[in-house]
Ligand binder design. Sequence first.
Ligand code: ATP
Length: 369
Amino acid sequence: FEPWNDPNESPLIQFKNVTKRFGDFTAIDNQSFDIYAKEFFALLGPSGCGKTTLMRMLAGFETPTEGTILLGGQDIAPIPPNKRAVNMMFQSYALFPHLSVWENIAFGLKRDGKPKPEIDARVDEMLKLTRLEKFAKRKPHQISGGQRQRVALARSLAKAPKLLLLDEPLGALDAKLRQDTQFELMDIQEKTGTTFVIVTHDQEEAMTVASRVAVMDHGKIIQADTPPRIYEMPNSVYVADFIGDVTIITGTATPQGDGYDITFGEGQPTLRAKSDRSFTRDQICHLAIRPEKVAISADKPEGAANAVQGKILDIAYLGNLSTYHVELSNGQIVKAQAANTRRLSARPFTWEDDVWLSWTETAGVLLES
Ligand code: ATP
């Protein structure tokens, strides 16, 4: 998995030791990170972790208590929000109800006193970009929710900001429309080359649209990485657990050969794992394994690096596949996924079945405590 950025490129945005306190509460805790031009950067994390606060500091609605934010190498602290090459699109869209789609998109350009031909050309370009040409004369209440979302996007891009901040931009749309709109958003971001920073609660959305996802917890970015690296190479139990489905097996690791022996529970076999990290003898470790990396079988698999035995406790039927929750004799639950290639009546495994689970030495990620 390639890292995202070109090491020779200089970042568009730099956070340098930024802390934001509200009274004695620390909302952002001494954070330093970069965002590059043309990135689609997603801020993801549980409620209250500081996503909106980070974004509001970029917009200029909040100022850091400590530290500096640079945009194109310049400290943005002295620049008021309306003078920054930054725009923010709100979840509520905040469209003017009495103005047409065309006038809504033209609003900022008119306020800046741009000449009429320039406004006309730019609004037409934005209408085309967001496929709203046919709706130019309608008022916001005469178009659908998805179209309103596109008007808000067109309006926030009209002044060609360097950076567009999107606060839960698809939050008001239903699930199906939301998915289509994600692709549209990616397409528009790519066509305009604008840097997008998006705040979302929805991990699938972040993983779909973003070039890099920053997973946050308690005012800190725990990992900022490409979606495949976040999923396949989480840097912590927190990230492994926050993104997607995972089994965490806690045990002790001891170096052996080209990997580690892991002991994890009464009556359980020793597991094997390879890792880029180093562990010392009997060090507490967590093995994070995605369910799709675990094979499930009725008989003991031949020659598997890791094989454990258990009983099926729960089955989550997901249509194309099922996730099996298997309980080992020591109470550890391990999740395994298998494709549903047969008809339901002929499903290979059912509740209470005794099964074997197996995985390779490189299937999991071995993490420190
Ligand atoms: P959500 O997903 O719920 O929107 P978030 O990750 O965006 O959450 P923030 O809105 O950034 O979180 O808030 C981070 C923390 O800072 C929260 O605990 C919040 O209560 C606190 N906070 C934010 N703004 C203020 C403020 N103006 N005064 C006091 N506390 C604040």
